[in-house]
Design a protein around this ligand. Structure first.
Ligand code: F6R
Length: 617
């Protein structure tokens, strides 16, 4: 939530900042703003409610005199609505200092009261929690004349989560940043340096990056980068090279990032498997440091939010089946607040595309404090959750820009399956030939998934017929159940249609009362040929809803004759072992939600009220 970019160097800061904000807009799009030091040494600020495009148009119409120092912000509103006044940057030191913020300053009201008691003439122009920090840093700078020290002094008084960037009129070529529980990375250029909420902010300019740790402060000039902790001790930041380049974060000719990312599902699976299957065995090198513990753990808890939590539900089926360890799945925000029983025989596995979701980060910290071992499944290099965990298994889905998670889901489920197979090998719970068959089938899934994408045109047509739907239900059983939940989430999120996913077996315990003539119901039908198939039971469920007038939209194995007589529409998927069916069945539902939203004229990349990276609780 909220994207942040900072620049010092020799180029046009307006261009760099707007380019960075464009790539960060997925983090929030309620308002956008920039501050730059112009050639006369004046601090110029432009900010606007609404999407970045409004600010860009304004800057095109009335350009700013540019200079090589600046900060930029794209907002997801927390304190104060999405108005021009609440947009960042905010000003301190009588308009000589500009500050931007991602996160929430929980004690802003007390700080504001104390500030007004000491400086009653302070003028607040917004309803944000951020503005108080701008005034505090401004006052501290006025007293000490040292911007880094001023920021260090102020962050000691802040409670909550924050990334802050500041610049001052007196200091051309200097931007200072601080972070606690919110992301911030450094980009290293030639005679120019960058700060960003994530590497997308500067990927057009450099792939050389450094991660800033928890409770650290960074000062950049065009030629130097200095990092200290909140106590003032020097810190050597960890350098890394970004694995992808700017083209990976472009639409590449697609109508939306989501359209592009859905089609990247097969690559997300293949790249996540890469280097982790050796001589027909699953070996996840990042997990090997924990192998002794993995052999003896008594319980696994998978935590995540939204789509990531649904991938966890699939992980539970696979890990319990293959590695015979009890697995629980819990939403990160529920887990942390219910005093869960944890010990050093519990493995807590967090799942997060961004690696910055605050609820999940806090749950990981809680688990560590309670003595559990932690592994993160994460798609973003150097992300906070990855750094807070004992081990990290990176998913290699590439950058996911659309707010709705699609290819990351495929990569997360693949990583969980790898975890299950790795655990099964370490614990000796799966016969070698059975493991080999699973691994071979998993490796062939990208090709099968590519064939599912061929149904895109017919799914678009289906979506166009259904633009008037007011409610859509989703039914699935066993591994089809998480798919029903995920399909419903996407439809709510993108098309703003009421949607609910149910376990098909639960139907008779209540939800069947919702069925009335014409009610559209997606049903995820297991393969009739897969082992232990629940096909017959799901076909009975279809008959039950059909008898009550439901419009049945089945996702079923190609050629499943038992479904044909009862389904209004069948979307075929190739045959797969039960455990792998969900990776094929979800894509038609992702496409359906996307196409229905597009047919309604909605923005599929940036649905209302949402942001990609939920960095506040
Ligand atoms: C839904 C969606 C969200 C995220 C959730 C977790 O399409 O994108 O439900 O899955 O906010 O985000 P990460 O994976 O970044 O922790």
């Amino acid at each position: 939530m909220c994207g942040i970019v900072g620049y010092v160097g020799n180029g046009s800061s307006v261009e760099v900042l707007l380019g960075g904000l464009k790539r960060l807009e997925y983090r929030g799009y309620d308002s956008a703003g920039i501050a730059v030091l112009d050639p006369r040494g004046e601090l110029a600020v432009r900010k606007h409610a609404g999407k970045l495009g409004i600010l860009v148009d304004e800057l095109d119409a009335v350009p700013l005199s540019d200079g090589p120092t600046g900060i930029g912000h794209t907002r997801w509103a927390t304190h104060g609505g999405p108005t021009d006044a609440n947009a960042h940057p905010h000003l301190g030191d009588d308009g000589r200092l500009a500050l931007i913020h991602n996160g929430i300053i929980e004690n802003f009201a007390e700080l504001r009261e104390a500030l007004l008691a000491e400086h009653p003439d302070t003028v607040f122009t917004s309803e944000t929690d951020t503005e108080v920090a701008a005034h505090l840093v401004g006052n501290a700078y006025r007293a000490s004349g040292d911007l880094t020290e001023a920021l260090r002094e102020v962050v000691q008084t802040l409670h909550g989560a924050f990334t802050l960037l500041v610049m001052h009129k007196d200091l051309p070529g200097v931007v200072v940043g601080a972070r606690r529980n919110s992301p911030l990375v450094i980009g290293l250029g030639e005679g120019e340096n960058f700060l960003g909420s994530d590497v997308a902010a500067f990927i057009e300019h450099t792939r050389n990056a450094m991660a800033i740790g928890q409770d650290q402060i960074v000062t950049i000039t065009p030629d130097t980068v200095t990092v200290i902790d909140f106590d003032g001790n020097p810190v050597a930041p960890e350098a890394f090279t970004v694995e992808w380049d700017a083209s990976a974060a472009d639409k590449g000719g697609w109508s939306s990032f989501m359209a592009k990312e859905v089609t990247e599902g097969p690559d997300a699976i293949a790249n996540t498997l890469l280097g982790r299957v050796v001589d027909g065995e699953v070996r996840v090198p990042e997990l090997e440091v924990l192998d002794d513990e993995l052999a003896t753990i008594e319980r696994i808890v998978l935590i995540g939010c939204g789509t990531a939590a649904y991938s966890g539900l699939l992980g539970k089926y696979a890990i319990e089946r293959w590695a015979r360890v009890p697995v629980e799945v819990e939403l990160s925000h529920e887990f942390r607040y219910r005093d869960p029983v944890l010990n050093d025989r519990t493995l807590v596995v967090s799942i997060s595309q961004s690696g910055e979701t605050m609820d999940t980060l806090m749950a990981v910290k809680y688990a560590t404090a309670e003595g559990a071992r932690t592994v993160s499944i994460c798609n973003t290099q150097g992300a906070t959750i990855a750094r807070e965990s004992d081990a990290v298994v990176y998913t290699h889905a590439g950058p996911e820009i659309a707010v709705a998670s699609t290819k990351a889901f495929h990569a997360q489920v693949t990583a969980l399956y790898l975890l299950g197979l790795h655990l099964a090998r370490v614990r000796g719970t799966l016969a070698a030939d059975e493991a080999a068959e699973l691994i071979a089938e998993l490796s062939g899934l990208p090709e099968k998934l590519a064939s599912v994408l061929e149904a895109h045109d017919s799914i678009r047509e289906l979506a166009h017929w259904m633009t008037d739907a007011r409610s859509v239900l989703f039914l699935g059983r066993h591994v089809g159940y998480p798919i029903a939940l995920e399909g419903a989430l996407k439809l709510k999120e993108l098309a703003y249609i009421h949607a609910e996913g149910f376990a098909a077996g639960e139907l008779k315990h209540g939800p069947i009362a919702l069925i009335e003539p014409g009610q559209p119901v997606f049903v995820i039908v297991p393969s009739p040929r897969a082992e232990d198939s629940l096909h017959a039971k799901v076909v009975s469920n279809i008959q039950e809803i059909r008898a009550r007038g439901a419009r049945v939209l089945a996702i079923a194995e190609q050629g499943d004759a038992a479904v044909l007589p009862y389904a209004d529409v069948v979307i075929p998927i190739p045959l797969a072992t039960t455990m792998f069916e969900p990776l094929l069945a979800i894509t038609p539902l992702h496409l359906f939600a996307m196409e229905l939203a597009s047919a309604k004229g909605l923005d599929v990349d940036q649905p209302r009220n949402l942001a990609k990276s939920v960095t506040v609780e």
